[in-house]
Design a protein around this ligand. Structure first.
Ligand SMILES: NC(=O)c1ccc[n+]([C@@H]2O[C@H](COP(=O)([O-])OP(=O)(O)OC[C@H]3O[C@@H](n4cnc5c(N)ncnc54)[C@H](OP(=O)(O)O)[C@@H]3O)[C@@H](O)[C@H]2O)c1
Length: 327
């Protein structure tokens, strides 16, 4: 298949590109700064020659959006909103204008669309959307607004020959450098991977290989459209999640952090505590109902697998950098 991936140069795009290319598909990435032959220039907001790549393609997977790993200043929040809404709109325009439109448009969304809650998990049918929860910072509602505006842009696109799916994804855990798993593992290895603010908040996650399998499943299943949660069925409270990660690496200690320590840490890392403190208790209702099975459904096994791959990667790099023996 010919698969077009706007915004495919980031963490999730790297995971998808690697696996889909290995499976024999022809993947073309749209980037504002193309660096490889398989990358085509676009600006993420206006139609241009790039739209020809979409015409005649089989699948579009739009991942574009300003990173959420930043300080939530007014300017950054606006950039997060604009980059998502504009890119989804213009992808829709390109599909609508295509003589041979793709059969499926998978649009990235986020599990953050659901409410901060502890009492019950959110699936697509019974889940509670966020934005009105009491006792959380007002600006958390804006992340929900971004997610809703993003999905709305896909819904309103006039693309009658293209099935549309919104991927309400949890954090994608892959061993790649710079990804979310890398950051959490680094904290755990430094002995800093203890509970934050009590650690009762849930962490929803999905193993990278299950993420790719779920994407392939959604491409194949012509009966599935609309929002779909991409999250392992076993979200865990932050406290347990980090303890399990420490155990997988073999690090006995994990210093706990209070809310204000997390604020300081997030400030130092130019990030935001919403990413740590919001309870994202999300489960894959529609995927399970449709018969999808997870290879990595529970965190203890998934964490072991990911740690093993990180260690294998380090060992392989160490072998490569060893000076060769004199002849
Ligand atoms: N990572 C996760 O676990 C996760 C979970 C749920 C949802 N998501 C969402 O899924 C999407 C992809 O995630 P990711 O982790 O791969 O993100 P990422 O690493 O930040 O990559 C996103 C890509 O979007 C492009 N981009 C950035 N700013 C843009 C702008 N202003 N206009 C157009 N394109 C822009 C960039 O590509 P170029 O610089 O090459 O143009 C970048 O490589 C994001 O929207 C993210 O919010 C991610």
């Amino acid at each position: 298949m010919k698969i077009v991936m706007p915004g495919g140069t980031g963490q999730v795009g790297t995971v998808l590109n690697r696996e889909l290319t290995a499976a024999g598909h022809d993947v073309v990435v749209l980037s504002r700064r193309p660096r490889r032959e398989s990358e085509v220039h676009w600006d993420g907001e206006t139609l241009g020659p790039w739209a020809e790549v979409i015409d005649g393609s089989d699948i579009v997977i739009n991942l574009a959006g300003r990173s959420v790993n930043c300080r939530y200043t007014a300017a950054n929040l606006q950039a997060m909103m604009d980059s998502r809404v504009n890119s989804a709109r213009v992808v829709g325009e390109a599909i609508a204008a295509a003589a041979q439109p793709p059969r499926v448009w998978l649009q990235m969304s986020t599990a953050t669309v659901y409410a901060h809650r502890f009492d019950a998990p959110n699936d697509e049918a019974t889940g509670v959307l966020g934005g009105t929860e009491p006792g959380v910072p007002d600006y958390w509602a804006y992340s929900v607004e971004i997610a809703q505006a993003w999905e709305r842009e896909q819904e309103r696109a006039d693309t009658p020959h293209t099935r549309k799916v919104a991927l309400r994804s949890a954090m994608v855990m892959s061993p790649d450098r710079g990804g979310v798993f890398d950051v959490l593992l680094r904290l755990a290895r430094l002995g800093l991977g203890g509970p934050v603010a009590g650690g009762a908040q849930y962490v929803s996650w999905i193993h990278d290989r299950d993420f790719v399998r779920a994407v392939e499943f959604l491409i194949d299943r012509g009966d599935l459209a609309g929002p779909v949660n991409l999250a392992a069925p076993g979200p865990a409270p932050h406290r347990t999640f980090m303890r399990t990660l420490r155990a997988a690496w073999g690090m006995p200690v994990g210093l706990p952090a209070t809310k204000w320590m997390a604020e300081l840490g997030a400030f130092a890392l130019r990030s935001d505590t919403e990413l740590l403190l919001k309870s994202r208790r999300v489960i894959p209702g529609r995927l399970l109902e449709a018969g999808f099975t997870f290879d990595h459904a529970q965190w203890p096994e998934a964490a072991q697998d990911l740690v093993g791959r990180v260690r294998d990667g380090r060992a392989a790099r160490a072998v490569r950098s060893e000076p060769s023996a004199p002849h």
